[in-house]
Design a protein around this ligand. Sequence first.
Ligand code: C2E
Ligand code: CA
Ligand code: CA
Length: 702
Amino acid sequence: MVLPLLLVVPLLGFSNQVYGIFKEESYLYLNLVIKILIIVFTMAIAIQSWLVFSHLPSNQTLYIGNLFFITALLELVSLVIHQNYSVHSHYAVMSIHIIMRLCLAIGFLFIIVKPKQNLAMKYRYYTYGSSLILVLLTLFLVYLSSRQLLFENQLNKINDLVFLLSAVFQIVTIIILSKYFKKIPKRVMWLICAAIYLIFSDIFFVISKDWQSIWGFSALIYQFFAFYFFLKAIYYTTVEKPYQQLLKIKQDLEHSQQELHFQAYHDDITQLPNEHLLLKTLKESLHANNYQKAIIAIEIDRLAAIRASIGISYSNKMMKLVAERIQAILPPYYFATKLNEGQFIIYINHVKTREELLQFCLNLRNVMKKPLQVQLFSLNGNLNIGIALHEEDCTGEELLMHAQLAMREASQLPQRCLFYKPYMSNGVTDRILIEQDLHKALANQEFYLDFQPQVNLKTGKIESVEALVRWRHPSRGFVAPDQFISIAEESGLIIPLGKWILETACAQAKAWEEQGLPPMKVAVNLSLGQLFQQDLVQMVQEILQRTRLEPKHLQLEITESMTMNIDQMTQLLYELKALGIEIAVDDFGTGYSSLSYLKDFPIDCLKIDRAFVRNIQHNPNDEALVSMILSMAKHLRLKVVAEGIEEVEQLAFLINGDCDYIQGYLFSKPISAEQISNNFKELHRHALEILTQFTYVEDYII
Ligand code: C2E
Ligand code: CA
Ligand code: CA
C-alpha cells in the first residue's frame, strides 16, 4: 500500500527527466505491452471467476468475473482502435476508457456493498451473456457518437469528472472494506491495495493531458498493479484460501486419525500401550523367531480397596506414577503395557535367562520401595508379580493368563513374586464359581461364625475370642475364609457379609453374657473394603445398640495394609474409638509398612502374625523380631496378642517376653459358640493346665 505513494515522489520530481529516458517509439511499445498485460489480467480474472463459480457459486464471484469480463472486452477494443491515429478513434478510445473506469469504480463498490449470497449455475450464462450484450451496445453507442464527435469539446471535462468521481468511489470502497479487515484480513488487504492503485491511476489520468506523457504511462502501470491485486484477491478467495482450508481439513483429519489410532492402542491414564496392542504384538511376534518369550504380570496389591479409599482420580495418578517407575527401569526387549483392570503387563520377546526376569522384578520391587506421593496420600504400592515363560503350543492369550494366574498366587505369598506352574490353572474356573455362589450364600444362611479363645497369660483366663467366619457350601462343604474373603472383597460382597459378621458376633457376645459366662470381648476382623464404606462408624454404633453389647466388649481388627492412608484412617479410627470400642492391628509385622502409624492411630493392641511365632525356636531372626515387637509394644503401652501358638516352646518364649495374650491351637482351635458356652469351664481348665507347666504358675491362679 505504501509503494504507490513512494513511487509518486520520483514521478512528481523527475517526470520530465524520466520521460526523456525512453524514445517515443519504445515508449509506445511499453504502453502496448502494459495494455496487453492488463487485458490478460482482466481476462484471467473473468475466466477464473467463470471457472470457480461452479465450486463457489457466490454472487460476488460472478459479479467480479463479469466486471472484469466487461473491462477486458472494452480494453481489448480500445487497444485495437488505438492503433488507428484518427480523431475518431482517439475520441472512441477516450470514451471507452471513461466508460470502463466508471464501470470499474461503480462495479467495485456495488460488489462490496452487495450482501453475499449463493446463486444458481444458470446465472453464470445469464450474467456473462448480458455483459457481452452490454459491451456490444456500449461499443455501438460509442461508435455512433465518435462518428459525430458529439461531445468532443466536453470530453476532457467529462474525463476529469469521471476519473475524480471514480476516485471518490474507490475511497468509499476502501472505507467499507476496512470494516471487514479483522474478519478477512488478507482479502481485504489485496482489495484495498487494488483500490488505492486505482485511485492513483485515476488521478494520474486526470493529471495527464497527454496520453503519451509519463503521467499517462504511470496511470497505466498503476492500473496494471490494481488489476494484479484484484487477481490476487480473487485468487486468494477462490483458490488459495479454499486450498488452505482443504489442506487444514486434511491435516486435521490425519491428526485425528493418528489420535484415534493412538487412543485405540493406548491406555489413556498412563499412555502405555493397551490390551489391544499387547494382543496384536503377541500375535505378530510370539512365533516369529526362536527366542524365548515371556510375560510378566504386575498388579498393585489391593488396588480395588485403594481405589475405593482414595477415589478414582487419585488412584489414576498413582497408576501413572507406577507406570513411570516401571518405564524408568525397563530394559530393551521389554514391552510394557497396561490393561483396563489396572494390571501392568510386560512382554519380553527375547529372554536370555530366567534370572534376568527375576532381576527385573527385584529392580521393580526396589523402585517401588519409596512411597507413592499422590497429593496428601503417601501410598505403599506393594506389587504382586507373576511370570510366565512361553511354551511351544501356547497362544498369546494363554501366556497372558498364565502370568496373571501366577500373579494371583503370588499375592498370597510374602515374596509376592512367582513363576507360573501348570497347577495354577486348576483353580481358575473355581474362583469364578465361588464368586457366583457367594452371592447366594448370605441369603441362604450358609455362613456361620466360629470363635477362637484368647488366653490372658497374666491371669490364665479366657478374656476374649476372635470371631472367624465360616462358609458351609451346599455342595463343596466347608470353604475356608482364605478362599472366599478376598473374592468377597473384590466383588463388593464384603460389605453386607461384614455387617452380618459384626452383628452376629456382637449378638453372640451379648448372649454369652446373658447366659452368665464371665465378661468376654469379641474381636471381629474388618476388611479393607469395609473400612471405606461410608457409614462404617454409624453401622457399628447401630449394631452395638441393637445387640445391647457394651462397646468395650468389641474389638475391631484392622491390618497393617489399611494404614496406608494415614489422614483418613486416623479420623476414622478416632471416630470408632469414640464409640468406646477397641482397635487391634492384625497380622502385625507382615505389612512392610512404616511403623509411624503406631503413634498416630488410637490403637490398643497388636497381634503378632503366626508367621513369626511359628519359627521362633528355630529362627533367631524371628526370635529377635518378636522380642522387639514385644518391647516396642510395652513402650507404646499396647497390648500384644501372639497368634498361632501351637507348641509349648513357643509359649515359653512369649511368657518370657511378657506377652499379654495367646491365641492358638495350643489352647483351642476356633470352635462354635455352643462349644464355648457349654465347655467354657473345660477350656479354662485346659488353659490353666498348660500354664501350670511354667514355674510361676501361682501368679495366674490368684
Ligand atoms: P486371621 O485374622 O489372622 O485369623 C487367624 C487365623 O489363624 C484363622 O484362620 C485361625 O483359624 C488360624 N489359627 C489360629 N490359631 C492357629 C494355630 O495355632 N495354628 C494355625 N495353623 N492356624 C491358627 P481362618 O479362620 O482360616 O481365617 C483365615 C483368615 O481369614 C483370617 O486370618 C482373616 O484374615 C480372614 N477371616 C476369617 N474370618 C474373617 C471374618 O469374619 N472377617 C474377615 N474380614 N476376615 C476373616
Ligand atoms: Ca484376625
Ligand atoms: Ca492374624
